[in-house]
Design a protein. Structure first.
Length: 351
């Protein structure tokens, strides 16, 4: 219900204060006030504002007035990203530092999203990296709409995505085919050996971890989760807990095959009292040590995850069939497995 009040200013002139008040069940009444120099202007504003507030979703929008996209990102990290990987959290944290994070979430438009993507492109960022920004913006907005009932217009997000893809501003990353050479592996191995001699009790056994990754095809974080209690030395298998899966985040436990080299590496790991992990080390510390090794040895563009590509390729070069390789790598389909397969013809063993 609107109320118009006539007020006298200090100079003797009059102004008209229009107040719109709406009762809300279970919540304090909503009140909004504006002042005008003429009564007709106050009446017109009050009538128009009452109609706006009576439209579907208008009162819900008021609840989120002033809440920025950055606020939504922070809430998402708190409520839904507790188990997210380091790279995913880093992408969201980086988004919070860009101007788009200061936009009110209910006012986000395709124009704003496109401006962000173009700004990133003009600063030299690759389409695949910009695509990650857009993917996470979409996830956060969908979460806001479904979990918090924020009246966001998801069509704005989709319109921006379609345009950015058609113009090549965003795109998928190219498949990686990097394999280390034997010479590169030996340089890195020598670096780890030197480091071990300097501090033999304080350093992660990176040479063993590198060799185990190549022998077992296990991911970095998976290696640090392997348990003695899950190892079957007789049949040379082990369980990997919470194996990576596109839809199943937790509980995807799988048993994989180990070869003789992998078993030898496991058997020389020390047993620690009250510690069931075979490699009881921090995954991020392994990343730090790996980056230091590649930088110190001059090995360029070699990630720890590339060792999984190396392991998969070696299995095929050794003569294993697809279904046999899958027992080691745990890839569920050939379409995925072939992305990790980069054979060197000179290494193929003929049967």
């Amino acid at each position: 219900m609107a109320t118009i009040r006539k007020r006298q200013r200090k100079d003797g002139s009059f102004s008209y204060q229009a107040q719109v008040r709406i009762a809300r069940r279970g919540l304090p009444d909503f009140s909004e006030t504006r002042t005008f120099p003429k009564k007709a202007m106050a009446q017109e504003w009050a009538k128009r504002r009452e109609l706006e507030l009576a439209s579907p979703g208008a009162m819900l929008s008021l609840k989120w007035r002033g809440v920025t996209l950055g606020d939504a990102m922070e809430r998402y990290l708190h409520e839904f990203a507790q188990g997210a990987g380091r790279s995913k959290r880093a992408t969201i944290e980086q988004l919070r530092r860009f101007p788009i994070s200061r936009v009110v979430v209910t006012e986000l438009t395709s124009e704003t999203i496109i401006e962000h993507a173009v700004m990133r492109r003009d600063s030299g960022i690759k389409p695949s990296t910009i695509n990650q920004d857009i993917v996470w913006l979409g996830i956060i907005l969908k979460t806001a709409a479904a979990a918090w009932k924020v009246p966001v217009d998801l069509n704005e997000m989709e319109s921006a995505r379609l345009l950015l893809r058609s113009k090549g501003v965003i795109g998928k990353s190219s498949s990686r085919d990097r394999r280390p050479t034997e010479e590169e592996i030996e340089r890195i191995r020598a670096y780890f050996r030197r480091s071990q001699k300097i501090r033999p009790t304080a350093i992660i056994p990176m040479e063993d971890i590198m060799d185990f990754a190549i022998a077992s095809s296990r991911r970095q974080e998976e290696i640090t989760r392997l348990l003695w209690s899950d190892l079957d030395s007789q049949v040379m298998t082990c369980w990997v807990r919470d194996a990576k899966h596109p839809r199943q985040k937790w509980g995807n436990h799988k048993r994989f095959k180990l070869n003789n080299e992998a078993m030898e590496i496991i058997n020389r790991q020390p047993r620690i009292q009250n510690e069931d992990r075979i490699f009881p080390y921090n995954s991020q510390s392994i990343s730090t040590r790996w980056r230091a090794a590649t930088a110190a040895t001059g090995v360029e563009d070699l990630r720890f995850h590339d060792l999984r590509h190396e392991a998969t390729s070696r299995l095929f070069e050794a003569g294993y069939e697809i279904v046999e390789v899958q027992q080691f790598t745990l890839h569920e389909s050939w379409d995925v497995l072939k992305r990790y397969t980069h054979l060197r013809p000179e290494n193929l063993q003929l049967r």
